[in-house]
Design a protein around this ligand. Sequence first.
Ligand code: IMP
Ligand code: MG
Length: 330
Amino acid sequence: MINFADVILDLQQGDSGKGKISNSLVQTGDYTHSVRFNGSNNAGHTIYKDGKKIVTHSIPAGVLHGVKSIIGPGCVVNVDHFFDELDDLEDCGIDLNGLVYISKNTHIITSSHLEDDGRDTKIGTTKRGNGPAYRDKYDRKGIRASEVHELQPYLIDVYEEFHGKKGCSVLFEGAQGFYLDVDWGDYPYVTSSHCTVGSAVMNGVPPQKIRKIYGAAKIYETYVGTKKFEPDDPVFEKIRGLGNEYGATTGRPRQCNWLDIDNLVKAARINGVTDLVVSKMDILRSIGMWCLYYHGKKLTFSSEMGIKDFITNQIGSDVTIYWSDNPENL
Ligand code: IMP
Ligand code: MG
């Protein structure tokens, strides 16, 4: 039986602090399960635990705090990478015993998917085989986790797990972001999965059980991929440096730009966000500039208070906003 499920999703182009939110929330002790609902090891979540940097890719953050962690059926999995990630987490001193599972109907990224994605020059993918794996899943040519011998000890049936006798409380952790979603993003400069709240409920939990929807955003935006995103202005080089805006998966420099408030409001509304976490307030504070785009025009604020008031007004009073200025906590 499911008591409730909370969802964490990204309202921008990825890298907006989902890992940090997930890591904070699982420590409340409110959750019995931590579940990744889309994407693969194309994602990179940077998490600071006791001051130490840990990067996760396909395994949700619950595992860092003893919470049963599942790679859901909406994800695709690279088997070799999965075992490497387990090793890396163990090397960081994380006890994984009995905690990590893959839904038996989750699809697999094969070596031919990696080859296909390796040839991409158009989108600027992470070359992790993500798109070709989803292509074959929908083309009904894919392989599921249940068919892979080495994965047998990790397989789980999410129906039995969530709808069995025990009361469950699930924390869903998304990958990528709303503006990389295959339908809502700037197609074709998107990922191949769904990054919305709808994508979370496709992983075995009914919509009536969703309690809170945490939207992750940064006070400025970043994007990795081939299209031009960053305006020609040296301030963004500064933001990249101070904000350490380099891909957690590929190490590529992330292009930076000011926040687009209209896009943020749209993503928050479409996903029914109840709680908004705006991260990296410290970065704009240290450059002493506060700007955003509103109806296509750049607005400049003279103080942090000014930009916060403007965002709060636009988002609306039904959403709780957290302003985060450090990499460890909300
Ligand atoms: P793919 O998901 O590897 O196919 O890449 C498609 C697009 O999504 C590219 O622009 C990637 O840089 C971007 N992307 C994929 N995963 C992430 C992520 O976790 N953070 C930021 N961008 C990502
Ligand atoms: Mg990331």
